[in-house]
Design a protein around this ligand. Structure first.
Ligand code: HEM
Ligand SMILES: [Cu+2]
Length: 631
């Protein structure tokens, strides 16, 4: 708490624990859950005397219980206070921003920097749970027979891992880093809708808890795609999947709207479109995808929920529905979704490379065109997921072509990145290492994607471990590596403490090596015929599978190295971070670490883009006129 504003006397801790905060939210969440649960039993005609003892479930009870729980949770955090106060005639305010101390991380806070840090820890928690599930999958795969878990449990673990990872990492960059950085990078003091910003975070946390508790309702057998008709027939654990993903969709839509509104309307004087940091362009193109794709997800899941509760037949052929409808709608969301994961990664690479190559970003406009081109094309490819579904084969050539076209704008990103490195003075700091690894991993991910987008080869690789290897190379090798680049690059700025460089390098090298030794063999395993979502494989694949499992465990350990670094550096060593440890020209590094509550004393005026390395002295906003270096 370096901030003078926050050093004002705080009420004692016991006083801060009473009121609208995390504890109240948990209590009201449980209350809301039971209200919904018993309400559903009442609707189903249980007599009032039976309701208190109603421990059986019906479909409706699971939905109403969790909806009640989420509402109670949000009310407990205080999300109704402001709208109600306004209805009673109180003037507008941003009072939630002024709170200080650690308790603000456990409450509704409208400071975009607090929300960014909340997101980092919150997503990190569920990423860890998703990772543990991956370890369990690889434990089962140590043997060619179903050995460790019963079949249904195994499927639940696979689905839980995939769904958790997709749902959480979708906001993996925009949640922590765009919320924290976009206002600063565009010279604003807050996001356009600060309460909606906080809402997106708490919705996501509620969603994560709901998916995790799916195990109490028997889990779900569908994997992360939730295909009907399996979905319609599954036990109530799938309701948790549906509520989880619908809430994630809601959170994504609101996050996207907020980003678009902020970037369009709140840029400081002089910040023209061609001066916008490339990271902000990446956020904008992702946000557009979020706003257009996520509502489709909410819609398709709602239809599934209706099929399960009130006997509609959207996806049920016997009532005139079709499971193709589910598959199409899901992938109309699902394919843009994979670019919602990938684009922020591109943006981080392009943002960080110039700093460590000491060169301006090469081909700025081409890079922007690449980001926008990917988001546009991603709408025209979804049926490549249905090549072998039996749907009309005449559609195949179009989707094959459109999918391959995406490699052109993606190539722009590669080209701009490579040309920025060309003849640069490269420093191999930890964030840079993670960005360089992105080139390697994403190239393999992209090239293997060609085999899946070409119908003749997809017919044999679809549904095998080959596609598993492909998308882990793009999502984990692409997005998750840049996620760590962003952490090492910006967390010192966000927290004010340095991360240990040596541990960072150990983390990088172990993660890079064991990531590749986990996922590269999966291409071969896929070609040799092992199918996805099955604990059983032929005996001749055991050696390769054991190799992969051991590598995966070592990969898991490399994550523990990171976690250790984080906790050790931030909680114990606490070496203060400099304002500008990387000699960056970007505006957030011209502010003190951590950034003060109001970001800027005066709103800055921009006169150039942030990539003018080698072009005169660094800009300075530091209040003390501290040396910002020159380059
Ligand atoms: C420690 C790193 C990881 C390991 C060892 C790992 C391993 C696995 C394995 C073994 C499967 C199941 C394959 C099957 O039988 O179908 C799987 C599925 C999946 N993984 Fe990962 N994974 C890791 C990280 C990630 C990350 C970071 C993401 C995304 C952000 C991710 C997304 C997925 C998805 C979407 C599925 C598909 C689930 C489904 O079939 O429904 N994984 N992973
Ligand atoms: Cu796709």
């Amino acid at each position: 708490m370096t901030d003078a504003a926050l050093a004002a006397p705080q009420p004692p801790v016991w006083r801060r624990l009473i009121g609208f905060n995390f504890i109240t939210a948990l209590i009201l969440g449980v209350v809301g859950w039971y209200v919904g649960w018993f309400g559903a039993h009442a609707i189903h005609g249980a007599s009032i005397n039976d309701i208190p003892s109603a421990t059986d479930y019906n479909e409706l009870s699971v939905y109403l219980a969790y909806i009640g729980g989420v509402v109670g949770f949000l009310v407990g955090l205080g999300f109704l206070n402001y709208p109600l106060a306004r209805l009673r005639g109180y003037p507008p305010s941003l009072r939630e921003k002024e709170t200080g101390g650690w308790t603000r991380y456990f409450s509704l806070c409208t400071d975009h920097k607090v929300v960014g840090i909340q997101y980092l820890w919150g997503i990190g928690l569920f990423f860890f749970i998703g990772g543990l599930n991956a370890m369990l999958i690889r434990t089962e795969q140590l043997s060619p027979h179903s050995q460790v878990f019963p079949m249904g449990t195994y499927l639940t673990i696979v689905g839980m891992h995939g769904t958790m990872m997709m749902g959480m990492m979708t906001s993996g960059i925009l949640g922590p880093f765009a919320n924290y950085l976009v206002p600063i990078m565009i010279g604003a003091r807050r996001m356009a809708f600060p309460r909606i910003e906080a809402l997106t975070f708490w919705l996501l946390m509620a969603a994560g808890a709901i998916l995790t508790t799916s195990i109490f309702f028997g889990g779900f057998p569908t994997g992360w795609t939730g295909y009907a008709p399996l979905q319609t027939q599954a036990n109530p654990g799938i309701d948790n999947y549906i509520i989880f993903f619908a809430l994630v969709g809601l959170s994504m839509t609101l996050l996207g709207v907020n980003m678009i509104a902020t970037i369009l309307t709140m840029r400081a004087p002089g910040l023209t479109w061609t001066r916008l940091p490339i990271f902000v362009w990446g956020v904008l193109s992702t946000a557009v995808l979020m706003v257009l794709a996520a509502p489709v997800l909410i819609a398709v899941l709602s239809m599934g929920a209706f099929d399960r509760t009130v006997q509609t037949t959207f996806f049920n052929p016997s009532g005139g529905g079709s499971s193709y409808l589910y598959q199409n709608l899901f992938w109309v969301f699902g394919h843009p979704e994979v670019y919602i994961l990938a684009l922020p990664g591109f943006a981080i690479v392009l943002e960080i490379l110039p700093v460590f190559a000491r060169k301006p970003l090469w081909g700025y406009r081409l890079a922007v065109a690449g980001l926008l081109g990917v988001s546009l094309l991603s709408w025209f490819v979804w049926q490549h997921h249905l090549f072998v579904s039996g749907i009309n084969g005449d559609l195949r050539p179009f989707y094959m072509l459109s999918t391959e076209l995406i490699s052109i704008p993606t190539g722009f990103t590669f080209l701009c990145g490579m040309m920025t490195l060309w003849r640069g003075r490269i420093r191999f700091a930890v964030p840079m290492l993670f960005c360089l690894a992105w080139f390697f991993n994403f190239l393999i991910g992209g090239l293997s994607g060609v085999f899946l987008s070409d119908v003749p080869s997809d017919v044999t690789t679809h549904g095998s471990f080959f596609s598993m290897a492909h998308f882990h190379y793009t999502i984990m090798g692409g997005l998750v590596f840049t996620f760590f680049a962003a952490i090492y690059f910006w967390v010192p700025k966000m927290t004010g403490w340095q991360l240990n460089e040596r541990l960072g390098k150990i983390h990088f090298w172990t993660m890079f090596i064991f990531f590749n030794s986990t996922f590269a063999p999966l291409f071969a395993i896929g070609f040799l015929g092992q199918s996805r979502r099955s604990p059983v494989y032929t005996g001749n694949l055991q050696f390769l599978n054991d190799w992969v499992s051991v590598s995966a465990f070592l990969l898991g350990i490399s994550m523990l190295v990171f976690l250790f670094n984080l906790v050790w550096s931030l909680a114990f060593v606490r070496k203060p971070a400099e304002a500008n440890p990387w000699d960056s020209r970007s505006i957030e590094f011209q502010l003190p670490s951590p950034v003060p509550v109001h970001n800027f004393d005066r709103i800055p005026v921009f006169s150039s883009d942030p990539y003018g390395y080698g072009e005169g002295p660094m800009p300075s906003l530091l209040p003390t006129g501290a040396p910002a270096g020159s380059d």
